[in-house]
Design a protein around this ligand. Structure first.
Ligand SMILES: [Zn+2]
Length: 114
């Protein structure tokens, strides 16, 4: 499915590396709404905060080759958070809840128990 040179996704999906409203570089803290990123100065109440680990992980996924990412020891919590954000994006785009989301969460929790 993926060649060695393929990247998992394009970071542009997450918006540019700058806050969408004020253009400030996103360094440590950011929040997201509908796939656009905001810095702490221009974020709106209720927007979901994105941890620095997740921002870095998204950057790495857009720049590193899949083979390198497979070897890397990626932080599990950041992977989970990023997966959740991307499922939110998909649900916003298709304007409905994914039924597979619950199944996916259940399958993952079972695989951790065994
Ligand atoms: Zn801003």
């Amino acid at each position: 499915m993926f060649g060695n040179n393929s990247r998992i996704y394009n970071y542009q999906l997450f918006g540019p590396d700058r806050a969408v409203r004020c253009g400030a570089a996103l360094t440590v803290r950011a929040s997201m709404a509908r796939g656009a990123l905001f810095c702490p100065n221009c974020s709106l109440p209720g927007q979901r905060a994105i941890s620095p680990d997740v921002l870095q992980l998204a950057r790495n996924m857009s720049t590193e080759k899949l083979a390198q990412l497979m070897k890397a020891d990626l932080p599990v919590a950041a992977l989970e958070e990023l997966k959740d954000l991307m499922l939110n994006l998909i649900e916003q785009q298709i304007e409905k809840k994914l039924q597979t989301r619950k199944m996916l969460a259940e399958a993952l929790s079972h695989s951790r128990e065994t």
